[in-house]
Ligand binder design. Structure first.
Ligand SMILES: *[C@@H]1O[C@H](CO)[C@@H](O)[C@H](O)[C@H]1NC(C)=O
Ligand SMILES: *[C@@H]1O[C@H](CO)[C@@H](O)[C@H](O)[C@H]1NC(C)=O
Ligand SMILES: *[C@@H]1O[C@H](CO)[C@@H](O)[C@H](O)[C@H]1NC(C)=O
Ligand SMILES: *[C@@H]1O[C@H](CO)[C@@H](O)[C@H](O)[C@H]1NC(C)=O
Ligand SMILES: CC(=O)N[C@H]1CO[C@H](CO)[C@@H](O)[C@@H]1O
Length: 412
């Protein structure tokens, strides 16, 4: 039995029993479910190595238990690649070579959390895997949390301790700032995003890319793919696609923010996602395409758009401006500054709950074991954007959904 086969066969309580044994037996245990990419390990046998392995296996056992308590499932199975072909795994090594060769500019991971115990064990695990893949010194984790009443704070405290011990740069803030009683939702969300971005705003020069995550289920591979597409296309904003279930059907979620290259809304139904034929044909082939705007649960941003006195920030609408989402306004600001390489990557499929996550694993939505497209065929010819963009305003204080009449905003 190979080492991988042994690891793959460990499930449920047997995993817990085996943790101690595995620590003794293994160096690099934590990367067991990631692509076989070059990972960071302290020189084996050193005290640093032994200490790090201990800290990590303790944290992973805790995450395993926590996720199991909430969902009654082995959370590692979702990102498992035990059934992927050798050819596929080999193609990923080639594809992500430039991200893993140690030359990648540091990546800034950002998230705002509030009562997110359901997704957090997976998020912490995937962040640690990415740190291994890129190198511990090539990642910064910034999380801002406020007022959670579930296990979010406890998980964050332990994550914080683990990152301290592993020497992975981070700023994890857990606060109890009551949300002002009456506030414009977008003004508040923009403020939270800027809090999480703070360490980059004050020392932006260090970072090449930002990955901003919603409370989604994802695998390290999703982050790698967005970083890869961002790098090969020199993209300013690169997004996956997020999904939820509505009336029993799985559909594209972020229709409030996403706009196709003509500035029009995308459809919930994937088969008619965009009214643009070029876009549709790329979507169906799993190739990236240019859009005017996207966020979709996970966005990779070229850090240079935040640099300097004129650097972009998240914001709510100005007076007399259509009161769009802080993410829509961010896109419009990008275009106005000439940062027009905004792309969506259909292979990165994200969800906010377990039923959607499981539906996305069906072959129609999850062709993960197909060989990747040749990056050359995937090259996008970027074009100028639309003059006008469809906007659905959210005006009311305390409103949660758009409440004003649809309108068009000009980008010029
Ligand atoms: C791998 O394939 C086997 C056999 O089809 C299946 O039982 C198992 O659940 C699969 N594992 C994962 C993680 O999908
Ligand atoms: C890696 O980067 C080099 C230099 O920019 C480029 O020529 C090459 O195509 C890249 N490889 C991949 C797999 O992206
Ligand atoms: C994380 O650790 C730092 C350094 O020990 C500490 O200042 C901070 O309060 C911790 N944050 C959380 C959320 O535990
Ligand atoms: C659809 O998008 C492509 C490229 O993204 C563009 O060349 C074409 O003009 C668009 N179609 C329409 C009807 O705007
Ligand atoms: C108590 C509190 O302020 N909670 C807010 C924290 O931020 C989230 C958004 O990330 C709000 O939804 C909460 O209401």
């Amino acid at each position: 039995m190979s080492l991988r086969a042994i690891l793959a066969s460990l499930h449920g309580r047997r995993y817990l029993l085996m943790v101690g044994l595995m620590v003794l037996a293994l160096v690099g245990i934590v990367s067991m479910y990631s692509f076989d990419l070059k990972t960071y390990t302290a020189p084996s046998g050193t005290r640093e190595d032994t200490m790090m392995q201990k800290v990590r296996s303790k944290f992973h056992a805790y995450l395993y238990k926590t996720h199991y308590k909430i969902h009654k499932e082995d959370y590692r199975a979702h990102c498992s690649q035990e059934n992927f072909s050798e050819a596929f795994v080999e193609s990923t090594k080639q594809r992500y070579m430039n991200l893993t060769n140690g030359d990648t500019e540091p990546v800034f991971l950002a998230a705002n959390l509030y009562n997110n115990e359901k997704i957090l064990p997976n998020m912490a695990t995937q962040f640690l895997k990415l740190a291994d893949t890129l190198g511990h010194s090539r990642i910064f984790i910034s999380i801002y949390e406020n007022g959670s009443t579930d296990r979010t704070k406890e998980i964050l405290r332990r994550f914080n301790e683990t990152l301290n011990a592993l020497g992975i740069a981070h700023r994890i803030v857990a606060e109890d700032t009551p949300k002002p009683e009456h506030i414009h939702r977008i003004e508040y969300l923009a403020k939270l995003r800027n809090y999480a971005m703070e360490p980059l705003y004050s020392d932006g020069a260090k970072f090449g890319r930002v990955a901003f995550l919603n409370d989604v289920y994802f695998c390290q591979a999703d982050l790698l793919e967005l970083l890869f597409q961002s790098q090969t296309h020199g993209a300013h904003l690169t997004c996956g696609e997020d999904f939820d279930i509505w009336k029993g059907e799985i559909g594209f979620y972020d229709t409030w923010v996403a706009r196709n290259i003509q500035g029009e809304q995308l459809d919930r139904e994937v088969q008619i996602l965009s009214s643009n034929d070029t876009t549709m044909s790329a979507e169906m082939r799993g190739r990236p395409f240019q859009v005017q705007c996207c966020w979709n649960g996970m966005a990779v941003i070229d850090a240079k758009v935040f640099h300097g006195d004129e650097g972009l920030r998240f914001r709510r609408s100005a007076k007399d401006e259509c009161s769009a989402s802080e993410c829509s306004l961010f896109c419009n600001d990008l275009w106005r500054k000439g940062f027009s390489r905004v792309i969506m990557v259909p292979r990165v499929k994200l969800s906010y709950d377990i039923p959607s996550r499981n539906m996305l694993r069906k072959p129609l939505y999850f062709p993960a074991d197909l060989p990747y497209n040749n990056p050359e065929i995937e090259k996008i010819s970027f074009r100028p954007g639309p003059e006008k963009v469809h906007c659905m305003p959210l005006n009311g204080i305390d409103a949660i959904d758009p409440d004003g009449p649809d309108t068009y905003v000009t980008l010029l």
